[in-house]
Unconditional design. Sequence first.
Length: 136
Amino acid sequence: MPSNASIWRRLAARVIDGVVLAAVAVVVGRPLEFGVGWLIGTAVGVYAYFVACDAIWGTTLGKRLVALRLVDHRGTRPTVGAAAAREAFTLLGAVPFAGPVLSLIAGVAIGVRASRDPDGRGFHDRLAGGTRVLHR
């Protein structure tokens, strides 16, 4: 039976996804000279990646590699709307200058909340209607 994913597995999944997405952003950014268009495109691409993966498969590459899956309050893949609400915090990274700090603060707050919640839910899981990350 699946159990709540540990904070460490969740963090590992985000790091894996982050490394892959950063590599893609650098490859795409070079010809665009890392301008405003690149920043907006990267923010939209990262957000779309997480929303699409969560809604279509219930997992991202990082989650899959560490045996995690995302479910909604019924135990099925979240809807596109729920996934979009859950991943909204990823857009903080696109805020000029302050984005990395805002993302770090949001990530820590989500991790602390999830580690203290009996169901392992962070703020973003509650915002999405009660999603949960489970270890398979």
